[in-house]
Design a protein around this ligand. Structure first.
Ligand code: MG
Length: 163
């Protein structure tokens, strides 16, 4: 059974009066991500990449934004469900790579914390979780501070017993 690769993208609006959660870490900022769940773009992209690698339904199919169970839901549980499906399918997570697109706040001071939180959530050493943060150079909705987005890619490795 060969390795699997997965990729996913997520974007949410930034609005006043919402928390800003990135990788499960609360970041102080005057706006936060709007969504039915906690709108954590990092965890949504990560979850989507794992599900994609498995050929599973996407995050919107599994955790509908019309389902009251997921209202203000902690997105860590979405990732945990994706990991559960990964384990059932006979795979382990090889590595994770993430790119956050955000004009403000500057994420440099938070990158280590976010990376460690994601690593802990998925059970990987931090050196197997990559995290980049980039602005959109003032262009488009992200550049105007109206939204944030995240890309995630993952590699899934078949467990020896299933290889
Ligand atoms: Mg989302």
């Amino acid at each position: 059974m060969p390795e699997r690769i997965g990729i996913a993208y997520d974007i949410h609006r930034l609005v006043p009066g919402r928390p800003l959660l990135l990788g499960g870490v609360s970041i102080p900022h005057e706006t936060g991500l709007l969504g039915h769940s906690d709108a954590d773009i990092v965890l949504h992209a990560l979850c989507g990449a794992i599900l994609g690698a498995l050929g599973e339904p996407d995050i919107g199919d599994l955790f509908s934004d019309r389902d009251p169970r997921w209202h203000n839901a902690d997105s860590r549980q979405f990732v945990q469900e994706a990991l559960r499906r990964m384990q059932t399918a006979g795979f382990s997570l090889g590595n994770v790579d993430l790119i956050i697109h955000a004009e403000r706040p500057k994420l440099g001071p938070h990158k280590t914390t976010i990376r460690q939180a994601v690593a802990k959530l998925v059970g990987l050493p931090p050196e197997r979780v990559g995290l980049k943060a980039t602005t959109n150079e003032g262009l488009d909705a992200i550049g105007r501070g109206e939204a944030m987005a995240c890309w995630a890619s993952v590699l899934l490795i078949p467990n020896p017993s299933r290889a």
